[in-house]
Design a protein. Structure first.
Length: 638
């Protein structure tokens, strides 16, 4: 058994829900693309330099930084807290002061160092000047890149032991060094081809494993690489075959590449690595646990707190990461943000969309069709419908005064001709295709391409019908949407209305919402189902046309709610300890336990992404699916 002096460590937790090397450290160019559009400060800011690239020990990585010169000529270097946490492995400790951030990194006797913090253009920057000096880091700005060099380090030993809760790894180092851990991919335990009649697993044996990669800027002896090289004795005629790895082995492989040691771990689903660093001597400890999440409460900006902990719901404990925003003390702006601002067609990683729009924080929003990348629910911004609601599903509406409204939402539009024809319009700028009339405005994009065969398209300009077009085969011919009007598409039986919509006729549109209160708010995002209203659970997923499988399924989920204090919470709810995520009923109960007065379920599963200041808080970005839209949080001083 490997023993650790528990009095001399700090905790740094990494789960699928907070897999730390989250966005900035996701394999090379895949991660770098997320920051390509992040604007950085120029000489007009009177700073010597600033940028969004970091060269750490010879490797180019994305990460925002700024430098400024004091009156005595000293250069002060600020690194975003996301970059410091993810690229270096520095832990951010709890704080109630957003301008002061205590940190730990191979610290003796649980001591911490407090760094000054400031918020700028969507990022929180920490003054690392003194910290870097005490750690013997060398800092140098080269254009858009901050070059960081740390002293060479070595891994002297790898120790593995069993604890009551699972495996523990200890990496003995000769000095502190940058480190990170990444969740890579999911592995399935192979079936024995020689024994297909007998199950290779029992109910308690994991069938799926997650591969994690521990990366350290340190050298390692060849003897350790050989120790963890899996070999299999094969007959000569089979020697060319690739051996099947034994996923039950925690350490799958150790390699030394480009002056970095990479340790590949195979961890059963339901478990995750929890890491801590120790000093005197320097050690990195990795515990494989079902409850790897550590409680965290960081006042990140005035009126914005980052929190995470395990929350009890009945006999289960769920891992939850959330942001709580106080709209009364912060100039809160909450707006829908889109993967493709120019068109309704498109999906992108939330981290990329949030950084492009300079959002301080964001969470994935409503549903969409992953195949054609079109919206499936309400999106309204600045009093303009981007996409209409469907199926009377739950939605949240808000204004810029910090007022919110939750309910189920239906948009009722009627086309009225000058010959007294009243025709219902069922859908607005929607990828949800049913019989009836749908309307597409310029917010959909420059063109509309028929989504099913044999649509009839009516062109309306300045409230006058100017053309009628046969759509023909689906997904073939794009039709321009007039800038001074819209398109009507007649589908199925609604094509019989075409004779009523002849060229030259004058038309108007009446529009109302149910509930009428939605019409008072400039911004809306729909998802569903509605979970809580006036502190009471009102979950009725069947009435919102969700499937039984969706209702009962245990999955990662996202949610948004308001509290009794008027604060706003955006939350990512992940797996329960020893099991899968919540079903909808558990999700509603959990949000109620969190103090929600009104709550809405958002798109979940692999879409669940919670963004803050350049990082995903709840998962590694290479495990997060691309999304169509999101709720963006923008902070401005009042």
């Amino acid at each position: 058994m490997t023993k650790i002096n528990q009095r001399h460590f700090y905790r740094y937790s990494i789960l699928p829900i907070i897999s730390a090397s989250l966005c900035l450290t996701t394999y090379g160019t895949h991660a770098q693309q997320y920051l390509l559009n992040v604007p950085y400060l120029t000489s007009q800011t009177l700073l010597p330099s600033a940028g969004n690239q970091i060269n750490l020990n010879g490797k180019d990585l994305p990460g925002t930084w700024i430098q400024e010169k004091t009156t005595n000529g000293r250069i002060i270097t600020h690194l975003s807290d996301a970059a410091l946490r993810q690229l270096m492995g520095v832990d951010l400790l709890n704080t109630n002061n957003p301008q002061l951030q205590p940190v730990e990194w191979f610290s003796p006797d649980k001591s911490s160092i407090t760094l000054k913090a400031k918020l700028l253009r969507g990022y929180r920057y920490l003054d690392i000047s003194n910290f870097a000096q005490t750690k013997n880091w060398q800092l140098q700005a080269r254009g858009n890149t901050l070059v960081i060099s740390t002293p060479p380090a070595n891994i002297n030993n790898i120790r593995q032991g069993k604890q009551s809760w699972g495996d523990r790894l200890v990496l003995d180092l000769d000095r502190p060094t940058p480190w990170k851990i990444l969740q890579s991919r999911t592995l399935k335990k192979p079936v024995d081809p020689e024994n297909t009649t007998t199950p290779t697993t029992t109910p308690t044996t994991p069938k799926f494993y997650n591969q994690w990669v521990m990366i350290l800027d340190a050298k390692i002896a060849d003897s350790f690489i050989k120790r963890y090289t899996q070999t299999e004795e094969l007959p000569p005629e089979e020697s060319a075959e690739t051996p099947t790895p034994n996923l039950d082995l925690l350490i799958q492989k150790v390699e030394f590449v480009n002056n970095q040691t990479k340790i590949y771990l195979s961890i059963p689903q339901g478990l995750a690595p929890k890491t801590l660093t120790l000093a005197n001597p320097s050690r990195l400890v990795i515990d494989i646990r079902p409850d790897a999440l550590v409680t965290r409460s960081i006042s990140w900006a005035k009126g914005l707190r980052w929190q995470q902990k395990l929350i009890d719901v009945g006999k289960d404990r769920f891992a939850v990461v959330w942001l709580e925003i106080n709209p009364r003390t912060v100039g809160l702006q909450l707006k829908p943000i889109l993967a493709n601002p120019a068109s309704q067609t498109g999906i992108a990683p939330l981290i990329k969309t949030a950084q492009r729009d300079l959002a301080v924080a964001a969470i994935n929003g409503g549903y969409f069709n992953r195949n054609n990348k079109l919206p499936l629910g309400a999106l309204r911004r600045n009093n303009q419908w981007i996409s209409g609601p469907i199926l009377n599903r739950g939605a949240i509406a808000w204004n810029d005064r910090g007022e919110f409204y939750f309910n189920r939402l239906t948009l009722k539009e009627t086309l009225i001709t000058n010959t007294n024809n009243f025709l219902p319009i069922r859908f607005l700028n929607s990828g949800y295709v049913q019989n009836g009339i749908a309307r597409y405005t310029p917010t959909w994009g420059a063109t509309y391409t028929p989504l099913i065969d044999n649509e009839i398209l009516i062109v309306v300009e300045n409230n006058t019908i100017t053309n009628s077009i046969e759509g023909g085969q689906a997904n073939t011919t794009p039709i321009p949407i007039p800038k001074n009007g819209y398109l009507l598409t007649l589908r199925g039986k609604a094509t019989t209305h075409a004779p009523k919509l002849t060229i030259g006729k004058q038309v108007t549109i009446s529009s109302t919402t149910e509930s009428p209160n939605f019409s008072r708010f400039p911004h809306i995002i729909g998802a569903g189902p509605l979970l809580i209203k006036n502190k009471q659970i009102v979950l009725d997923a069947k009435s919102e046309k969700f499937s039984d499988r969706f209702i009962a399924g245990k999955a990662v989920r996202s949610g948004i709610c308001t509290t009794t204090t008027g604060n706003l919470i955006i939350a990512a709810v992940h797996d329960r300890v020893g099991g899968r995520g919540p079903n909808l009923a558990e999700h509603a109960k959990l949000m109620q336990i969190m103090g929600c007065v009104n709550a809405l379920n958002l798109d979940g599963g692999s879409s669940t992404s919670l963004y803050l200041g350049g990082q995903l808080l709840n998962r590694s970005p290479n495990t997060a699916a691309r999304v169509h839209n999101a709720l963006g949080i923008f902070l401005k001083s009042r």
